[in-house]
Design a protein around this ligand. Structure first.
Ligand code: 8DG
Ligand code: MN
Ligand code: MN
Length: 397
């Protein structure tokens, strides 16, 4: 065959946690097509289908150069029939009709808009769509009862759907660090999530906090959250305490992406006014939103915090996740919260299927030896699992 001679031979291991996946991707047209179908499946809670598309997407992300020919894909793992059909169409026509039809579909568009509200998941969005609610206006007009997270999510919709830049993450890191250290001297704060993997932007900012002395970290977040709030840095927060020790089901039986760390899901108020020093206390939360803009010289009074006038504000809303782990679980928490989500999922699958072990963000359990394997670093966890160490910047599967 003609293709045979021209075909590039790629060799890719089947688990994403065996591969080095950088942010540089030579097949963006193909991966964006597969990603949209994966996202659509996630929004429709078709988990098996979503994972299949995510795995195909990740295999293409790991290739050292662009695929130009279907024959290039021979021998690659994880590429199912459906994914291959999409790839074939994109290679031939530059687009896939299934992807474009999905992108334009009313249901996909409505699911995107509604789940774009912080606090709204696929289930809630589906319920609303079935009631004829597909837009933010329809939602507001419907009189649906929203919980506090959703109310805050709607209020800050525009900001929370703008990417967060690394510089913004660092500015928030400074504030968080200062407050955490004032409550617990000696605490260690690490930027995790996508930014730790070297992404230039993110949908939120994730921090992991610990303390070198086991136990000193207990109950830290309620204090940190209340200080941040009193200093005017929080627009919303929900703090939950650590429930790991109380649980009798153990880490092995936790559902895939849940853990039991003390944590705070928040919406941060980030000052952006160039004239305002970052370290200064912005304002007290006891003042109302409309008053709080008054000090800014170039901001006219009566500006609302969302809508068309948003450009005149001196601040923006940013989603921030704070997680606290005891030092004995720190390496597992760091690994579990660095992502990417697919990399994490694949690592747990590798542990279970290939090693008869159970990996969570708390611990690694060896089923055959019937014991927990300790680790003080991510490197040790990879070693326990018989995997080559992959640094965060190469976990972008
Ligand atoms: P982004 O914000 O830049 O869009 O990407 P990200 O930083 O990779 O995604 P993320 O949604 O902020 O999640 C960061 C990591 O944390 C990711 O690996 C998934 C993981 N994670 C959660 N929730 C939970 C959870 O409840 N338990 C555990 N163990 N991990 C979680 O997002
Ligand atoms: Mn993140
Ligand atoms: Mn997050």
């Amino acid at each position: 065959q003609i293709n045979e001679a021209a075909a590039v031979v790629f060799s890719v291991p089947s688990y994403a946690c065996q591969r080095r996946t950088t942010l540089q991707n030579h097949n963006t047209v193909l991966t964006e097509a597969l990603s949209l179908l994966a996202e659509n499946a996630e929004l429709n809670e078709e988990d098996g289908r979503a994972i299949a598309f995510r795995r195909s997407e990740a295999v293409l992300k790991a290739l050292p150069k662009a695929v130009t020919n279907l024959a290039d894909l021979r021998g690659l793992p994880c590429l199912g029939e459906h994914s291959l059909k999409i790839i074939k169409d994109v290679l031939k026509d530059g687009v896939s009709s299934e992807v474009e039809t999905t992108r334009q579909s009313d249901r996909y568009k409505a699911l995107k808009v509604l789940t774009g509200i912080f606090g709204v998941g696929a289930k809630t969005a589906d319920r609303w769509i079935k009631m004829g609610i597909s837009t933010l206006h329809q939602l507001q007009a419907s009189g649906q009862t929203l919980n506090q997270a959703q109310q805050a999510g709607l209020e800050h919709y525009e900001d929370l759907n703008q990417p967060v830049a690394k510089a913004e993450a660092d500015a928030i890191g400074d504030v968080v660090q200062k407050v955490v250290l004032s409550v617990l001297p000696g605490a260690l704060i690490t930027l995790i999530g996508g930014f730790r993997r070297g992404k230039p932007t993110g949908h939120d900012v994730d921090f992991l906090i610990t303390h070198p002395e086991e136990g000193r970290e207990v109950g830290l977040l309620p204090k940190v959250a209340s200080l941040l709030k009193s200093q005017g840095f929080l627009l919303y927060q929900k703090t939950t305490r650590n429930s790991y020790l109380e649980s009798d089901d153990g880490p092995a039986r936790l559902s895939s992406n849940m853990d039991r760390f003390e944590r705070c899901f928040s919406i941060f108020k980030l000052e952006m006014n160039p004239g305002t020093t970052r370290s200064g206390t912005p304002r007290s939360s006891s003042r109302t939103e409309s008053q709080s803009d008054d000090h800014s010289p170039q901001t006219p009074g009566g500006v609302h915090e969302n809508g068309l006038e948003s450009r005149r504000r001196s601040w923006r809303a940013v989603r921030v996740d704070l997680v606290v782990s005891p030092i004995s679980q720190f390496a597992f928490a760091l690994l579990g919260w660095t992502g990417s989500k697919l990399f994490e999922r694949e690592m747990r699958r590798w542990a279970g299927h290939e090693k008869a072990m159970s990996l969570s963000s708390h611990a690694l359990y060896d089923t055959k030896q019937r014991r927990y394997l300790r680790a003080a670093s991510e490197e040790e966890i990879f070693a326990h699992l018989g995997l080559e160490y992959i640094p965060p910047s190469q976990r972008n599967a």
